[in-house]
Design a protein around this ligand. Sequence first.
Ligand SMILES: [Zn+2]
Length: 90
Amino acid sequence: MARRTDDERLAREEARAQRHRQRLEKHALPCPHCGKNVLDHMTRCPYCGGVLVPAGYTPMDEKKKRKIKTICYAIGTVVAVAIILLILFL
Ligand SMILES: [Zn+2]
């Protein structure tokens, strides 16, 4: 009885692993640099480090990127100053 349960569990795990492999294979493409399979959303090959350009990917505009960075630094500075002031005066 226990053996049968183990067999069923193993069969379920194998079926789940098979479904997982099928989902991954749907998104696998050969790397143009080394030929190994990589996922279609990757921007860098994990095997050779070559730069990949995913379909439909457009890098963020540099001006917009700088603006977001500046806003994040400003917010970080304000929060850090507020924390320091709270520690000093409470
Ligand atoms: Zn590669």
